[in-house]
Structure formats: C-alpha cells, structure tokens
Design a binder for this molecule. Structure first.
Ligand SMILES: Nc1ncnc2c1ncn2[C@@H]1O[C@H](COP(=O)(O)OP(=O)(O)OP(=O)(O)O)[C@@H](O)[C@H]1O
Length: 384
C-alpha cells in the first residue's frame, strides 16, 4: 500500500447492510441511502466568511466563495497561502473557527464524523501524487469506492469498464500502478474520484507532479469530463498556466484571503493586485529587461506605457487598428495576444517621445476610447 497523506485520511461509508466500511483515499457513496443533498442547487460549493486560525497564523481569513454547478473554478496561490486548509475544510477534515460551508446547499460545518460521510460521497478527490493502492490493479483501485458503497460484483465491473473508457485506460485494467506512467496513474485517480458520481471534483495540484505534455492531456481530460458529465470542478494550483487552460473563473488566495476573483479572461486582462500580476508574469508579455533596468520616473526621453485590453471574439485587432490609425506616432516595444475563453486578451508596451505631447495625448485618448487599460510604466532616455 502506498503511503498516503493526512488529506487522504480514511473515509468511511455506509454500506447497504448498515455497517460502516473503511477505505483509503477515496470518496464513497451509498446507493441505497437517501441523498440529503439538493442536486438542483445552483451553487455546488458556498463558503461564507470562513476563518481558520492556527495559533497566530490565520490560514483562512473571511473567505467567501461560490462554485456554480458545471463550473470549473481555479484557486491559485503561493505556498502557504491557505489552499490545503481550504481543501481540508471542504472535505470536512478541518473545521473552520467560524463561517459556513455548504455543499449543494447542505451546511457541513459542525457535522459529526458520521454525518460527514455523506458529504464526502458528493466530493471526489484527485491528488497530486495519485495515491493509488500499489498492491491493487487499476480496476481494483477504481472499484474500491464502489465496493464500499455496496455495488455488487457485476455492477462494479460494468461501472469500472465505463470509467476506464471515460479516461482512456480500457487496456490497463489488469495492470498495477507501478507499471503506469504518471499521466496514466492520474487518469486512474480521476476514474476513482468519479466512481461514485460525485457532484464536485476537488483537484489538489492534480498536475503538479506531471511534465508539461502530460499536464496538457490531464487538463484536456478534466475539461472534457466537465463538458460531457457537467461535473463541477474546484482546482487548486500554484500555476496560472493551469488556470488559463481549463478554468472558467479564478480566485487568487494570499495569506488566507481571497484577494481577487472573476472570469479568467477578465483577471488576465485586468489584474487588480500586484500578486496576480506576478503570477501572470510568465504568461503575458513583459518589458524587456534591458529596458526595465533603465526605467526612471523622471519625465525625459521616451514615456513607456503598458496596455491591457480584452475584446470578445476579436483577434486582438486593437494593435492593428492602433498601428494603422496612429501610424508613426508611437513605437511598439513588446506585445502579444492570448485567447482565453471567447476573448482576445492583449497586452503590449509602447513608447512615445515626451517632447511630442500632442502624440502622447492623442494615443492616450484613442486607447481610452477603445476601453483599453493604460498605465505609465516610466521613462527612458532616447538612446534606450
Ligand atoms: N495544522 C497546522 N498547524 C499550524 N499551522 C498550520 C497548520 N496547517 C496550516 N498551517 C499554516 O497555515 C498557513 C496555510 O497553510 P496551507 O497548508 O493551507 O497553505 P498552502 O497554500 O496549501 O501551501 P502549499 O502550497 O505549500 O501546500 C501556513 O502558514 C501554514 O504554516
């Protein structure tokens, strides 16, 4: 058996005969028990002013958050920001000091361990290090939650075949995890998380242990599962690239606080906080280092501006338009277009000689008219 972390603490589930069974690292459900969760509730997850303190550390500070049914919400934050604490609160392994957490309209704060079992049956967990049972085959790993939930052998076999087909691993059913690649192991982890038909897939750094190509294929799988099954996904990550590829909305967490949230295209186009800008820095064009090193705040030489812009279903034509309508009045330094959701997110830097105040004002006015967000970055002397 592989070592498992506290997050994958043993879950228990009611079996049809009324006894409690134990499983490792899996969510479980009872087919016979009445589902206390309202499947028609629009918000699958709702957190209201959740706080969690550890001594002097405020791991979660007044966190309010919703995840709508069918949505993929990405939560991004640096190490120590509070992501694990948030996950642990969501699957009931941690209790907040105050505030409320609801899964499908059902308050889960203050529940007993036994009451939490049905909560966990609605939440499938996908882990960074897969947490498969090494002594069991792929099909046995996937079947485990079904076994605990009381599915008979024939039903288990049928459902496991269905799940393995869903994640593209039909031919690996009899293999052991040791013989699988990282991406294949994560596919097994996802199949297992989906086994009991959860409402929510909680992905805790699900691609952080994978190479870029495998990461892409796992993210594509999550996206297709979201589209095919309509499953709601809460994805915890420290990589903006992951958010960009799959999430509909993003929430940025820092020192336990949600400091910014919104549709992914919007946060990319108009990041409000310095941290978000830093997290985005690898993905959006930056001012060349040779130039940024020479920046001053004294008005001289050339003024350098950064522009953020987002347009729906447009191919970033603002740059083309600006180049044709204001030709010769500015110098383009660096720029690029990202296509996120149905938006073209454009970021570019341009310079204009400070001596040419008419051109500067014309450009700023033009950009304002085109709803672009413009910021003065600084000045460089003309020979820069
Ligand atoms: N059981 C605990 N006892 C004391 N402090 C804790 C405990 N759990 C978390 N913390 C503290 O709470 C803060 C948030 O921790 P958390 O593990 O939630 O962050 P994280 O964003 O998941 O970080 P990482 O990405 O490194 O896992 C940190 O300062 C951490 O040291």
């Amino acid at each position: 058996m592989t070592a498992i972390s506290e997050t994958e603490a043993h879950f228990t589930a009611n079996t049809p005969d009324g006894k409690h069974a134990k499983a490792s690292a899996v969510s479980t459900s009872s087919q016979t028990a009445r589902n206390p969760f309202a499947e028609d509730v629009e918000d699958v997850v709702r957190l209201h002013r959740v706080n969690r303190r550890f001594g002097n550390t405020q791991a979660l500070k007044d966190v309010s958050l919703t995840v709508k049914r069918g949505e993929i919400l990405g939560i991004i934050g640096r190490s120590g920001a509070g992501k694990s604490t948030l996950i642990r609160c969501l699957n009931g392994l941690e209790q907040p000091d105050d505030g409320t957490i609801e899964i499908e309209g059902h308050a889960i704060t203050g529940l007993s361990e036994k009451q939490l079992q049905s909560v966990r049956s609605r939440v499938g967990m996908v882990f960074q290090h897969f947490n498969l049972l090494s002594a069991k085959t792929v099909e046995q790993n996937v079947a485990l939650p079904l076994k605990i939930a009381g599915y008979d052998k024939a039903k288990r076999r049928e459902r496991v075949a269905e799940l393995l087909a869903l994640v593209g691993l039909e031919d690996k059913a009899r293999q052991y995890p040791a013989g699988l690649s990282g991406g294949q192991k994560q596919r097994v982890g996802i199949a297992r998380a989906l086994a009991a038909n959860p409402a929510l897939l909680l992905c805790d750094e699900a691609t952080s242990a994978l190479d870029p190509e495998t990461t892409r294929s796992i993210l594509a799988l999550l996206q297709s599962l979201n589209q095919k099954l309509g499953i709601t996904v809460l994805l915890i990550t420290h990589e903006m690239e992951v958010i960009k590829k799959v999430a509909h909305r993003v929430a940025v967490i820092n020192a336990g606080e949600i400091i910014e949230q919104g549709p992914v295209w919007q946060v990319f186009a108009h990041p409000k906080t310095a941290l978000t800008r830093t997290l985005l820095s690898g993905l959006l064009p930056q001012l060349p280092e040779a130039l940024s090193e020479r920046l001053t705040q004294t008005r001289q030489g050339e003024a350098i501006y950064s522009v953020h812009y987002a347009g729906q279903d447009r191919q970033g034509e603002i740059l083309t338009l600006m180049s044709s309508e204001l030709a010769g009045q500015f110098r383009l330094i660096q720029g690029g277009v990202e296509h996120i959701q149905h938006y073209a997110v454009v970021r570019f830097f341009f310079s204009v000689p400070v001596a040419n105040t008419d051109a500067e004002q014309t450009i700023l006015h033009w950009l304002q008219q085109h709803q672009a967000q413009v910021e003065l970055v600084g000045y460089v002397t003309r020979d820069a």
